[in-house]
Ligand binder design. Structure first.
Ligand SMILES: Cc1cc2nc3c(=O)[nH]c(=O)nc-3n(C[C@H](O)[C@H](O)[C@H](O)COP(=O)(O)OP(=O)(O)OC[C@H]3O[C@@H](n4cnc5c(N)ncnc54)[C@H](O)[C@@H]3O)c2cc1C
Length: 465
């Protein structure tokens, strides 16, 4: 693979998600001068935190698995290794109007909606998928055909289809079997074997604390971070260097990273000096179609490839509640509900982090043009809490302390058939311009560990001398 030693002088990174931040860290550890441009008012992208009621926690539910070695290494490097809490969590299923536990082998055997033979085939499918190594061959088969063949039609309809639709919507029909393979591989890696207990982890203070420390660590290494700064185009100068053009500055003079301690700290905003600067190289970590617009100088073929990556979006409600919904960290839903799963963060995280309240996420994965994006927080609250009332007899709307909705139109690329043959490359036809993003994760699911690993691989292949 190509190595480009020219780029290690003055580098611009577009995007301050875990990908951009990890790249910034590795480059700053060489002699490079690094500037990160971020359109949002805080660093962290999908992993960033926000305030809900009086609580500062992740905008989207996040856990670390014991097997997430890349995530754990970064957390260790920024000095938070001893701040991990590891917890055994329980999983529930909401099916045929009932909430049942499915956290161990015995509960699996009792699981009501499937007969014994279907359960055996389901268990055998999961075990088989955990043993498959050749994921590329699975890219050629649709996930529906593969799971139906292995588990049977009834199990597919009753179990797999609702679970696939929960994450992929109708796009499950175009999705390859590599998707479910990657999901099972990740979950399997988290357990010692078979259906044993899961151990999930979080850093005390959540990603707000991790990101605050990560940001400080980078600033100490001389990285410049420009928040509220949307890059709309890059332009090549006569001397061959690159300049940020059409940089749009959001409202407000100085942005502040939301901090785990609840104070606003970490003011970092250097728009004028950084945009005037010229860079030896540019690394774009934003979604593929955004990268295509920022670099119109790319060839038509490259732009088409970037724009052909189809993303799945999310509308995700954070709900702060006076009382817990259940003891399950994840409740999978096989019935029709307005959200596609329930994640009870307070079944994992000490409630003291949430002022004694429960924190629940209600995600709905949708296509980027779904009409749900147009609904207000109040409208979504009405629909979602109405469904909770029907599902949990003890739930009362008065128990809602705060309700806040995150909307992201581009969360992860849909793993369509033969996905890896159409992946946009990291190197571009333009000297010293690179595109690195989650579209290049070919045999894994989207998670911080895969994201950090992608950054480490990029550094190793292209930039380490
Ligand atoms: C609902 C949900 C649940 C998740 N759960 C988990 C979990 O349990 N465990 C786990 O490990 N991972 C989880 N993840 C995945 C994890 O959040 C991602 O893997 C990771 O955050 C991706 O980082 P990234 O840098 O690739 O992308 P992003 O975080 O999307 O970062 C890209 C950044 O680029 C910025 N940007 C875009 N365009 C421009 C522009 N023109 N100019 C400047 N900046 C720009 C964006 O604002 C953003 O900050 C979850 C994600 C979601 C959405």
């Amino acid at each position: 693979m190509a190595k480009n030693s020219l780029t290690t002088k003055n580098i611009a990174i577009v995007g301050s998600g875990f990908l951009g931040l990890t790249l910034a860290l590795r480059l700053a550890e060489t002699s490079a001068k690094v500037t990160v441009f971020e359109s949002a008012p805080e660093i962290g992208g999908l992993a960033s935190a926000w305030r809900i009621g009086d609580v500062v926690w992740d905008k989207h539910y996040h856990v670390t698995l014991l097997s997430d070695s890349f995530t754990k290494k970064i957390v260790e490097e920024i000095g938070l290794k001893d701040e991990f809490e590891w917890v055994e969590t329980k999983t529930g299923f909401y099916t045929d109007g009932k909430l049942v536990s499915m956290s161990n082998s015995l509960e699996f055997l009792k699981f009501p909606p499937l007969d014994l033979i279907s359960k055996f085939r389901l268990g055998a499918t999961i075990f088989y998928a955990s043993r498959v190594k050749d994921w590329k061959s699975l890219e050629k088969i649709s996930v529906e055909d593969w799971l139906t063949k292995l588990s049977g039609k009834r199990t597919f309809e009753k179990m797999w289809k609702p679970l696939l639709k929960a994450k992929l919507g109708e796009a499950y029909k175009k999705t390859s079997a590599a998707f479910i393979w990657a999901t099972i591989q990740r979950l399997y890696a988290a357990r010692n074997s078979g259906l044993k207990q899961e151990m999930f982890g979080y850093v005390r203070g959540g990603y707000a604390r991790v990101l605050e420390r990560f940001g400080e660590h980078l600033l100490n290494k001389g990285v410049e971070i420009c928040l509220n700064t949307r890059v709309e185009r890059i332009e090549k100068m006569e001397d061959g260097k690159w300049k940020m053009e059409n940089v749009r500055q959001s409202e407000g003079e100085v942005s502040k990273q939301v901090s785990a301690a609840g104070n606003s700290s970490f003011p970092i905003f250097h728009l004028p000096s950084s945009t005037e600067k010229e860079f030896d190289s540019v690394i774009l970590t934003c979604p593929a179609n955004v990268a295509s617009k920022i670099v119109p100088q790319l060839s038509e073929g490259e732009k088409t490839k970037l724009e052909n990556v189809k993303y799945q979006g999310i509308v995700c409600a954070s709900v702060l509640l006076k009382k817990s919904l259940s003891r399950f960290y994840v409740t999978n839903i096989t019935d029709e509900t307005p959200f596609t799963g329930i994640i009870e963060m307070s079944a994992l995280v000490d409630k003291a982090e949430f002022g004694g309240n429960a924190l629940v996420y209600l995600p709905k994965y949708v296509a980027p043009d779904d009409e749900l994006f147009e609904k207000s927080d109040a409208e979504i609250e009405e629909i979602f809490t109405g469904a909770l009332e029907k599902m949990y007899s003890h739930f009362k709307r008065e128990d809602v302390v705060a309700f806040k909705v995150s909307r992201v139109r581009q969360v992860f690329p849909l793993p369509t058939l033969n996905y890896s043959t159409n992946v946009p490359s990291v190197e571009t036809s333009l000297e010293n311009v690179f595109v690195v993003n989650s579209a290049q994760i070919m045999n894994g699911t989207l998670n911080v560990n895969e994201t950090v690993q992608l950054a480490e691989k990029f550094f190793e292949n292209y930039l380490a001398d």
